[in-house]
Design a protein. Structure first.
Lengths: 287, 492
């Protein structure tokens, strides 16, 4: 059992949780992930690490509501506990002094960029972080990332804040301007990661991506998280989650991520309906 | 009504009693549910079956048992109507009788060497083991044995499958403090995530795990050794010995084209979703599972049978076993093959897929196979399948379960310096003691042998427990015993 110590709504449907997990936090390194399970009947869901408070043993996880499990987790309150927080899983991000490092995050891929940017900076890199969102209201982790990076650049699809365009608009401009980039780390939705590696392929910039496919156990036992990297099948949970972005078969990954869409919808609809009924009853009872 | 003692009868009369047939769920009904298939023997039948034991002077059955159960001893107690006594007798050497009574391949072990086997049918030892374990549990009379005073020694066990649970039980009985670390959220290992409810109800595993906890064994779930604490950190934390029983947790795939299409599962994933995560109860349980109309399960072992029978219960119209060799080479228990046949599983022998075809959304739709014929025997002694050129054919398929075995999980070897493994990544051990290349670090079960059975893992656990006891107590290994244990380990 891991208790929720604090909870904050970062934007619509995205919540940040501070979870008590001293042993895990002591061992965890940037780039690793955890598996959360809410209760007995709950799913095991892999989640990125959105911050490690080593001093107080507190794990930060950011959850976006996309289906039943995430919706239910986002309704948990301070003082509630996850039945299981498993980890740290996966291989930590390979960090060395590359020189100029660019960290790119999109959506709930932004939080895991934070500990990686911190570690890259601590290793002596000049860290530029680029984050992007559809619109200004969906931008998260600006304070954390401006503190962790030498420079923070922001894009919005609708131009409501920062550069009008995508994270790759900014990245492409850096490349066009002749800025020296030695290492790129990109975490976000598959189309974003795919766009980033397509941008860095030609100039041959070393680019790593962190993959978050469907998993069950997270320790190599089930093979649900198969991804094709360089023509070979890899298990994201034990061989990753970081892979050379230029070698990843993103199209296959996109299809695999959709494997349970029908089921997820059924489950989510049922959850929302049940919730609706519950709320209606509550209102009736208070009348 | 209290159980009655049966009046003694002559050996001749005993030989005339036919082997009792265990009642079971009708195949047509059972493919619609996950309830256990065989019901177990009713008391009267169990005692009748027990009377078939002729109490031979030199019983061979005990040597046939990897965990050395005093089989004639417990059977005599069944005849006497002392079922609780019989359960205690088994538990002197086997902490998991309700499990072993169900999933052991008795026909290859104790029942194979039963004196009656030659001229008659063997005593149904497995049925009787299950009977007494179930009786004890249902009576609510599970008592823990009297434990010796604590030795002050601490042993960590990594993995709570059959090997780990056996080591834990044996060491706890010797007065050692035992702590089990389990990576998944529930204890039991393959007994919980792998073997389906209809073959081994989860409540039975839970009861046997609970029995260990009553003996003072501490269990930490969701604890991934190698990631949270390494083996070395466990030693630093004060453990006098560590046992690794992490199983063969890295599923093999065939590495053929299209294998990452949606709808293609490893057996581990398919069974874990259905069993551990209870996907059969979706959406009441949150984890989904996809089973289409035409399901192909690749492989001929017990895991393949478990998968194919699970797929029927989850709605498959056609459930196929696709096996590269012939019926005779199938490693699955005869009983399991028989159950699968009764349930309508279609067997395709001497067949293997070479390629999958998918639709635009990445879902598997077709499977191209080739036929094989049997050639000369290979290293395993089984006749080697040889591909027949030009025998290609395709079948429509929308779900595939790959049940062709496991490799060893690299998590522990990777994070334990000095731990030697063989070319397959299995941990190498001294067969006499199950000690690894690292002093005080022991291993057993599938992580050492590669994919095997529950009882062989338990047997390895028994050998390891004895050696661990000696190691932590500073007792040197006795030569004679060493050899005997070596033999046992070899069998395992």
């Amino acid at each position: 059992m891991n208790k929720i110590l604090a909870k904050k709504e970062l934007c619509e449907k995205i919540h940040q949780f501070k979870i008590e997990a001293p042993h895990l936090v002591k061992k965890a390194k940037a780039g690793q992930f955890v598996i959360l399970k809410e209760n007995e009947a709950g799913e095991r869901v892999p989640m990125s690490i959105g911050g490690l408070d080593k001093e107080n043993g507190v794990l930060t996880v950011v959850i976006q509501e996309v289906g039943k499990t995430s919706a239910s987790m986002n309704r948990m309150k301070v003082g509630d506990s996850f039945s299981d927080v498993v980890g740290p899983l996966g291989i930590p991000t390979h960090i060395e002094k590359f020189g100029n490092a660019v960290c790119i995050g999109g959506g709930v891929g932004i939080p895991p960029i934070y500990p990686i940017a911190q570690t890259l900076k601590a290793a002596g890199n000049h860290v530029t972080t680029i984050i992007g969102a559809r619109t200004k209201g969906l931008l998260i982790y600006q304070d954390e990332l401006s503190e962790a990076s030498d420079q923070l650049l922001i894009s919005t699809d609708d131009g409501s804040f920062g550069t009008h365009g995508f994270v790759t608009t900014i990245l492409q401009k850096m490349i066009d301007d002749g800025e020296k980039i030695d290492f790129v780390m990109a975490i976000g939705p598959v189309p974003m990661m795919k766009a980033v590696v397509n941008t860095t392929r030609e100039p041959k910039i070393k680019t790593f991506v962190s993959l978050n496919p469907i998993m069950v156990d997270g320790t190599g036992m089930c093979g649900a998280c198969r991804v094709t990297v360089g023509g070979k099948t890899q298990f994201a949970c034990v061989d990753g989650p970081d892979f050379d972005g230029h070698e990843v078969d993103f199209d296959e990954m996109t299809k695999r991520l959709k494997m349970y869409v029908k089921y997820e919808k059924k489950s989510y609809d049922k959850f929302l309906e049940d919730e609706h009924c519950r709320l209606k009853k509550q209102i009736e009872n208070t009348k | 009504m209290a159980p009655q003692k049966k009046e003694p009868i002559s050996k001749k009369e005993r030989l005339q009693i036919p082997r009792q047939v265990m009642p079971q769920q009708d195949p047509k009904e059972r493919i619609k549910n996950f309830n256990e298939v065989p019901y177990g023997l009713p008391t009267e039948m169990a005692q009748t079956e027990a009377m078939r034991c002729i109490e031979c002077k030199k019983p061979l059955c005990i040597d046939g048992c990897p965990v050395e159960v005093d089989i004639p001893g417990f059977i005599k107690l069944v005849v006497d109507g002392d079922f609780i006594g019989a359960a205690k007798k088994i538990k002197e050497t086997n902490a998991l009788p309700a499990i072993c009574g169900r999933v052991c391949p008795q026909e290859e072990q104790c029942e194979k060497v039963c004196v009656l086997t030659k001229k008659h049918t063997p005593v149904a030892i497995g049925y009787l083991e299950r009977f007494v374990a179930d009786y004890e549990r249902e009576q609510g009379e599970i008592e823990i044995p009297e434990l010796p005073p604590p030795t002050g020694k601490k042993v960590a066990i990594v993995g709570s499958g059959p090997a780990g649970l056996t080591v834990a039980a044996d060491l706890a009985k010797m007065g050692h403090k035992v702590v089990i670390y389990e990576a998944l959220h529930k204890a039991g290992g393959v007994l919980i995530y792998g073997i389906p409810e209809f073959r081994l109800p989860k409540s039975i595993v839970a009861a046997e795990v609970n029995y260990l906890e009553k003996m003072g064994v501490e269990i930490h779930t969701s604890f991934v050794v190698g990631k949270l604490d390494t083996v070395d950190e466990l030693f630093e934390a004060g453990f006098d010995a560590v046992f690794i029983g992490t199983g063969a947790g890295l599923p093999n795939f065939m590495r053929i084209e299209g294998e990452n299409l949606n709808g293609i599962y490893s057996a581990n994933e398919f069974l874990t979703r259905s069993n551990l995560m209870r996907a059969y109860d979706f959406p009441e349980a949150d984890t989904p599972i996809f089973v289409g109309e035409n399901v192909a399960v690749l492989g001929g072992g017990n895991t393949a049978m478990d998968s194919v029978r699970t797929s029927l219960r989850l709605g498959a119209k056609n459930a196929y076993i696709i096996y590269r060799r012939s019926r005779n080479e199938m490693p699955a228990r005869i009983e399991e093959i028989h159950h699968a046949e009764e349930e309508g599983v279609q067997f395709n022998f001497l067949t293997s897929p070479i390629k999958y075809y998918g639709d635009d959304n990445g879902w598997v739709k077709k499977m191209e196979c080739v036929k094989y014929e049997l050639g000369e025997p290979d290293a395993s002694g089984r006749r080697r399948p040889v591909m027949i050129e030009g025998s290609n054919f395709t079948i429509p398929i929308d779900t595939v379960v790959v049940a062709i075995g496991n490799s060893s999980n690299p998590l522990i070897p990777q994070t334990t310096p000095g731990l030697e493994t063989n070319k397959w990544g299995n941990i190498t051990v001294d067969e006499k003691t199950m000690m690894t290349s690292r002093p005080g670090l022991f291993a057993g079960g599938d992580i050492v042998t590669g994919g095997a059975t529950v009882i062989l893992a338990a047997g390895a656990g028994k050998v390891a427990a004895r050696a661990i006891h000696k190691y932590v107590m500073g007792i040197t290994f006795d030569e004679g015993e060493k050899d005997k244990e070596g033999e046992k380990a070899k069998q395992a």
